[in-house]
Ligand binder design. Structure first.
Ligand code: ADP
Ligand code: MG
Length: 309
């Protein structure tokens, strides 16, 4: 199977709406411009085998996850994802692997109505997947990192820490299947992000750990935060399997949750039937994060993931 046979067989699919005039097959995709009153949004994320996920992960999960980590950026912008391109570098063209990968990729894309409109396919030493998502948002309504204010409350979706625990246990025979799934099959909170437009004052998605990602939001906004550790929403699985110090370490410094961390001016935020939404602290003047447990300040040293340190 050559490169073009591979693209044709696994990635060229019929368009699902009229927004794509020219998709896979030409030198570039031709897409409709957003309606007046809307702005374009673009985001890219790369996944490298052995860096972002362990080797020999089921290929369906690789495809699903590669799309979801990108959609999570859209969730954090409160934006509507519409199209994506896929740059794929593979050591070999293995039909069974590609079948699973394409299924996971298209299922994840379909869950938010995203169409694959182009890409690039190359042979390389290791598996590298780079996806770019393009979409739009009503003008001026994109959720930013830089707009939190002192007095805002701080919220998180889901139960952070699960994905990191799942990755940590990955190869253990007694690993929790639910925790492993939280790593392998994250669900970007796109619908919820959309509902936060006009309601949240700032937002970021959790990819590198709550502590590190919160720090990014705080730095961008020029504010500080108080986080109540005793209010962190820890899952029953995490609580049952680890001592409290380790639970907190996963929740604060573990990555890969792809939940939303956001601020809002009041106590009331939209509820969801799909995931928890929990108030975990507040924004204050100053800089940095003060952790409290039972109302008292406690020291916490983050060791969240950085690619270059
Ligand atoms: P060119 O050499 O003209 O850039 P390519 O050979 O890279 O063309 O790709 C041919 C067509 O297939 C293009 O429309 C490109 O967008 C698409 N394509 C290539 N790889 C992928 C992929 N992995 N997924 C989706 N579309 C792809
Ligand atoms: Mg090309």
């Amino acid at each position: 199977m050559d490169e073009f046979g591979l693209i044709d067989r696994y990635f060229a699919r019929a368009r699902t709406d009229e927004s794509v005039r020219v998709g896979i097959g030409d030198d570039g995709a031709v897409l409709t411009t957003p309606e007046p009153g809307r702005e374009l949004v673009a985001a890219t994320d790369t996944l490298i085998e052995g860096v972002h996920f362990p080797e020999n992960v089921d290929s369906w999960c690789v495809g699903w996850r590669a799309v979801m980590v990108n959609l999570s950026d859209f969730a954090a912008m409160g934006a509507d994802p519409r199209w994506m391109t896929l740059a794929l570098s593979l050591p070999e063209a293995n039909a069974a692997w590609l079948d699973g990968f394409a299924s996971g990729l298209f299922e994840a894309a379909a869950s938010d109505g995203v169409q694959l409109v182009g890409g690039d396919t190359t042979r390389g030493k290791g598996l590298v997947i780079s996806i770019q998502v393009i979409g739009d948002v009503p003008e001026g309504e994109a959720l930013l990192r830089s707009t939190a204010s002192p007095g805002d409350r701080l919220f998180v979706t889901g139960t952070p820490g699960d994905a990191a625990a799942g990755l940590d246990e990955f190869d253990q025979t007694d690993a929790s299947e639910r925790l492993r799934r939280r790593f392998l099959e994250p669900t970007a909170r796109v619908a919820y992000g959309r509902r936060l437009r006009g309601r949240a004052s700032a937002a970021i998605d959790l990819s590198d750990g709550l502590y590190a990602d919160l720090n990014r939001l705080l730095t961008a906004s020029g504010v500080g935060a108080v986080v109540d550790l005793d209010r962190l929403p820890l899952s029953a699985d995490l609580a049952a399997r680890y001592p409290r110090a380790q639970q907190l370490r996963f929740a604060l410094s573990g990555g890969d949750d792809y939940e939303l961390l956001f601020t809002a001016a009041g106590d009331r935020v939209p509820e969801s039937t799909e995931h928890r939404v929990t108030g975990i602290g507040r924004i204050v003047e100053g800089a940095g994060i003060e952790c409290r447990d039972g109302g008292k300040p406690v020291a916490y040293t983050d060791d969240g993931y950085l690619h270059f340190e």
